[in-house]
Each structure stands twice: as structure tokens, then as C-alpha cells.
Write a protein that binds this ligand. Structure first.
Ligand code: VGL
Ligand code: ZN
Length: 214
């Protein structure tokens, strides 16, 4: 059974100082670097939220307040500050992330008219991002997820991964969420568990691997 570490949207705009900062978003980076260095993962893949200017998810496009919603052909869309615009500093990986250890980068949210919280499918479920094909080619059946934000991209990626048949484990201390409504992050983890996923900590992961080798 091959596994992969999937790093979700660890980009400047989702960290303090960015356009859509997730509280403590940068705090996950040291533990994630440690995970990558264990070489316990056959593959390390990472996603980037990668929007064109004027994206459908941007409040500025409508002159509306951020965190309100608008209706789209694929359902209600939360409106965010402009973030992760292709080619900008905000869309780059956090500088402390050892991105040289990442084998595959997958881009999502590229379509100007469709958002993509999941790293597998867009929110309208019209297009795949290419991640599933990459993982299938590599023979990966087990995924460990870390990144931002727990209650959006980590949540929807985990649910899609479970539906696609992967074994899914979220490394809780290596994720942070937005909590637009307080409790959203805890709810997200509960939904992942209810759908058949597991939640662990990086410490538990290191300990379990140590025991296996003894
Ligand atoms: C995300 C909101 C908007 C995420 C992306 O990566 O969780 N959240 N775009
Ligand atoms: Zn986005």
C-alpha cells in the first residue's frame, strides 16, 4: 500500500499577513517540514489555490461585503477577499515550507466562473484537478492531509478522497481553519470521521511509525 502526504494550500495569502489569513496558518509549517523529512511518505503532493483576477469567489467582483454569499449556477458561494491570484506573492507557498521536497503541485480554482475547495474536483463537479490521476498513476491508496483551511479545502478534499476510495487521515496539528462560524473546524473533523476518515496528530504519527520499526 503506497501512501502520500497531501499539503493543501499552504500559501502566503492563507497565513498571517496574507489576504485571507487563517489564524496561526503559518504555525503548521515546522511540523509539516518534519513530516516531509521522515521519508515515510512515498509521495508528497501539494495544492495551490490559483485564481485569475475577478474570480467568482471574490467579494470585490460584486462590490459586496466579504463573507456574505452569492448565488451561482452551482449553488451558493461564500465571497472571500481577493486571494491567491495567479503569479502573485500571495499565491506562493509560505517561504518556510521546504517546497523542494514536494514532488507534484496541483492547481485549483483556475476557472474564473467556478470555485474549487476540493483538491480533486471543482465545486460544480465538472472538472478534475488532475490530483486523482496523479495519485492513481503513482499507485497511492492512502492519503495523509495537512494544510489550510481545515473547514474548507481540507474538509472537501478529505470527503472527496474518501468517496474516491482512499484511506484518509487528517493530521490535526498540521491544519488550521477559518472558523467563519465558531466550531466549523471541529465540525469539519467530525464530518471527516463520520465519512470514514481518521484524525491523528503528527506526534501520534511519528510514535506509531517508531513502534512499527521496533
Ligand atoms: C480556501 C477559501 C477560499 C481554502 C480557498 O484553501 O481552504 N478557502 N479559497
Ligand atoms: Zn480560493
Amino acid at each position: 500500500m503506497k501512501n502520500a502526504l497531501l499539503l493543501v494550500d499552504i500559501q502566503n495569502d492563507f497565513c498571517p499577513g496574507g489576504a485571507l489569513p487563517v489564524p496561526e496558518g503559518d504555525r503548521i509549517v515546522p511540523a509539516i517540514n518534519r513530516l516531509m523529512h521522515t521519508q515515510l511518505f512515498q509521495k508528497v503532493a501539494a495544492t495551490k489555490d490559483w485564481h485569475p483576477p475577478g474570480h467568482i469567489s471574490f467579494a470585490s467582483r460584486y462590490g459586496k461585503e466579504v463573507y456574505t454569499t452569492t448565488d451561482t449556477p452551482y449553488g451558493p458561494q461564500i465571497l472571500w477577499p481577493d486571494h491567491c491570484i495567479q503569479g502573485t506573492w500571495g499565491a506562493e507557498f509560505h517561504p518556510a515550507l521546504e517546497s523542494g521536497l514536494i514532488r507534484q503541485v496541483v492547481y485549483k480554482g483556475i476557472d474564473p466562473e467556478i470555485d474549487s475547495y476540493s483538491t480533486f474536483f471543482d465545486n460544480a463537479r465538472l472538472q478534475q484537478t488532475g490530483l486523482h490521476a496523479y495519485l492513481q498513476d503513482a499507485g497511492v491508496t492512502e492519503l495523509y492531509l495537512a494544510g489550510l483551511a481545515t473547514d474548507y479545502c481540507v474538509l472537501f478534499s478529505s470527503l472527496d478522497a474518501l468517496e474516491l476510495g482512499y484511506r484518509v487521515t487528517v493530521i490535526e496539528d498540521c491544519c488550521r481553519g477559518v472558523d467563519v462560524r465558531p466550531g466549523d473546524c471541529q465540525m469539519a473533523l467530525a464530518k471527516i470521521v463520520a465519512a470514514g476518515g481518521r484524525v491523528t496528530s503528527s506526534q501520534e504519527f511519528f510514535n506509531s511509525r517508531k513502534e512499527e520499526r521496533q
